[in-house]
Ligand binder design. Sequence first.
Ligand code: TXA
Ligand code: MG
Length: 318
Amino acid sequence: MISKSLDKAIELLRNDEVIGLPTETVYGLAGNAYSKKAIRTIFQLKKRPFNNPLIVHIGNLRQLKEISQEIPSKAQILASKFWPGPLTILLEKSTKIGDLVTAGQETVAVRMPNHPLTLDLLNQLEFPLVAPSANPYQSISSTSAKHVERYFGNQAVFTLDGGESTNGLESTIVGFEGEEVIVYRLGAIPLEELERTVGRVYLNEVKKNGIVSPGMATKHYSPKTPVIFTDSLSEQIEQFKTEDVAIICFDKLPVINHMESSIIYSFQGHLGNAAKRLYGLLHELDERNLACILIEKFPDHGLGRTLNDRLKRASALK
Ligand code: TXA
Ligand code: MG
């Protein structure tokens, strides 16, 4: 059920129920971070393995002190620059946070989302909220209440409607090793922007002995329709005989002579627009039973790097 009632959302969360929750990145499937029952329901609804930890969402810095221990100085700098906003920070957890939340790890992932309704909700509650993205394991994240309803409506999940997510890509996840800032997941805050704030950051992928953040799992963010992700769109188009294909390009439309009725979409060279629209577009196209979705690689900088990361995983076979 989709609703705008904050009071109802609060009542359900206080009763250990799980709800669909709007954020500026993507919608979350949220529950009381201190309730084992709510946490188990989240894993069960998503069909998510228990070794994949959850992000804790807070509405103010008092809650940060409650759930974490020491806060490194670069974490403080990043939090004051980017919160509320699409940055998730890994910190040493306090005893308030149970093993189910962190999958047994000593670090907890924390974020203060930048959505007025959700911030209001978090500040009225007596507890923080755990919220993974509101989608079944390995599927595309939801950027509207309608997407959440499509995934979980038949399981009687209540979704708080906060409109379309303004960023449209998940948060960037960072952790710390001594003085070094490690990026565990590319996201809505580009690497360049982090580096302008704290100097050089390291990508977990290229870091030796780094733990792999499960968000980096190869297959992820996938529609049901096969996705072909390519840097030579015209060559791929040549090979297609069928017309049941959607073509998504970053900027210029390709010349197509032999597939008149195929769907063609361009982000008109705008990375922010592509970030905001991509998941919604994939949700829409997935309803059409197409043979395949052909997507052109984005320029590999800023949000383009995050988009390429997601599409590499969306097109992975397993
Ligand atoms: O934008 C977002 O981050 C959204 C909205 C709802 O806030 N949430 C989200 O959650 O994307 P989820 O669960 O779909 O992805 C969180 C990722 C997971 O891949 C998880 O493995 C990783 O964060 N993660 C969570 N806690 C972690 C921890 N303690 N250490 C390492 N990785 C962690
Ligand atoms: Mg997710």
